[in-house]
Design a protein around this ligand. Structure first.
Ligand SMILES: Cc1cc2nc3c(=O)[nH]c(=O)nc-3n(C[C@H](O)[C@H](O)[C@H](O)COP(=O)(O)OP(=O)(O)OC[C@H]3O[C@@H](n4cnc5c(N)ncnc54)[C@H](O)[C@@H]3O)c2cc1C
Length: 414
């Protein structure tokens, strides 16, 4: 009989774990606290970008310099709310330790390979779902508003070239031919040709229904509170619907993972990084190619009828307390670079909030825990959960099957 695996969390990570575990022939049950129709979690309102271009980990000397400065500014997209500093101190100390040149150089090839392989898996998945995922491979424009910002982007494009990534430097004139209907006031941009995007809500809707048809069992409205342990093994999860047994357990509960893991004495070094997004009707901003304004730290993704604008990284943020000042500042920065975008008032927008699971290294934690051999963790994908969903699921299924994934797994271990 094949092993039974319980996956905790039906976000983009848990669902891809379920997909590849099911493909490998395991019995899979997904436990999810939210309802089946809920599309509120972090995996839904995000920008859906698939980013082989994002090969530099969050913990880098550059982020340490600019991030710490930004965190003191109440209108900056990166923010640590006062009063939450103490509880997140151990995380920040680890972040500072990880933000060095040597660690960055080691992480770059792995982050790139993970994203690149994952994008290839999206192409395969897109044939399974007959293009229902809104998958596109139009690339991603990394646009800088200042000459200094553009120089930094060019330096990154140099590293990208060494990794074999196809890029193209575009001046204002060339940008005009790509985006004829958008007034882009930037110094220039680097086009990452191998990036793409999906439409998160549509894609996950398809994935959930496909998994159900393929025999994956789902328990929605079921809250996991802890684990039942026996002789150094986990034998069941304790839930609001009682104890549920399995042979192996995959913890993929995003920013909520540390609390669940703690009930078994396992430390998961993840804190929530809150971000915001909202959608604009396409006729208000006729953008065709996904775009990141690098200094403003804003991502814009064109979907079928809308353009989604996403930004913000409030460490230890919580859902339900939108900082309208910060969202307005994000809008104002965006409007400086895109002056023909409609004037917007943050208070009148339908703003979505999402909690990214962020590790201090900027590298996700994927693998078996040392403490319990039948507990695997798959979280901490921060700004790249959608992009890295398929490859994470594939790696988890390989580990459960006793196979060796072809990655530097040491980097991703807990
Ligand atoms: C503004 C913004 C823009 C973004 N843009 C992009 C992008 O362009 N590209 C990209 O790749 N990524 C992007 N991201 C990041 C991406 O959204 C996240 O990395 C990803 O959604 C994390 O997925 P997850 O499955 O780990 O967590 P989640 O989506 O949070 O899923 C975890 C699930 O576990 C469930 N759960 C929690 N606790 C329990 C419990 N006790 N019992 C049972 N179930 C539980 C939750 O209900 C939830 O459904 C963006 C994020 C934000 C905020």
């Amino acid at each position: 009989m094949s092993k039974k695996i319980i996956v905790i969390g039906a976000g983009v990570i848990g669902l891809h774990c379920a997909y590849y575990l099911n493909q490998a022939g395991f019995g899979v049950e997904v436990i999810e606290a939210a309802s089946e129709s809920s599309e509120e979690g972090c995996s839904y309102g995000n920008c859906g970008l698939l980013v082989p271009s994002h090969f530099v980990p969050l913990a880098s000397p550059e982020m340490l310099r600019s991030g710490l400065k930004m965190m003191l500014d109440r209108t900056s997209p990166v923010y640590l709310p006062p009063g939450k500093n103490i509880s997140s101190l151990p995380w920040f100390l680890k972040f500072i330790k990880a933000a060095n040149k040597k660690a960055v150089a080691r992480a770059i090839p792995t982050l790139y390979k993970l994203n690149d392989e994952s994008r290839k898996l999206y192409e395969e998945l897109n044939t399974v779902n007959n293009n229902e995922s809104g998958f596109t491979n139009k690339g991603l424009l990394m646009a800088a508003t200042t000459e200094k910002g553009l120089e930094e982007e060019l330096a990154l494009a140099g590293i990208a070239k060494d990794l074999g990534i196809k890029t193209q430097l575009l001046d204002q004139q060339q940008l005009k031919t790509i985006e004829p209907d958008v007034d882009l006031r930037v110094a220039g941009a680097v086009l990452y040709k191998s990036d793409g995007n999906v439409s998160p809500e549509g894609y996950l809707r398809w994935l959930k229904s496909y998994l159900k048809q393929s025999g994956v069992a789902f328990r929605y409205d079921t809250f996991v509170s802890g684990f039942q342990l026996e002789k150094g093994k986990i034998i069941a999860v304790e839930t609001s619907s009682g104890k549920l047994k399995a042979d192996e357990f995959v913890l993929a509960a995003g920013s909520y993972s540390p609390k669940i893991a703690a009930s078994a004495g396992v430390k998961v070094p993840v804190i929530a990084g809150k971000g915001y997004s909202f959608d604009l009707a396409k006729d208000k901003l006729k953008l065709q190619t996904p775009l990141i304004l690098t200094e403003a730290k804003v991502a814009l993704t064109p979907f079928n009828n809308t353009v989604r604008l996403g930004s913000g990284m409030e460490f230890n943020g919580t859902i339900g307390d939108i900082s309208y000042n910060r969202v307005q500042a994000i809008i104002n920065r965006t409007q400086k670079a895109l002056p023909n975008m409609e004037k917007l008032d943050a208070k009148k927008l339908d703003i979505w909030e999402g909690l990214r699971p962020v590790t201090p290294t900027g590298i996700p934690v994927i693998g078996r825990t040392n403490k319990y051999n039948n507990l695997l963790v798959a979280t901490g994908h921060a700004m790249m959960g959608v992009s890295l969903g398929p490859i994470t699921g594939k790696i988890i299924s390989q580990l459960v099957a006793g196979e060796k994934p072809g990655f530097d797994m040491e980097l991703m271990k807990l």
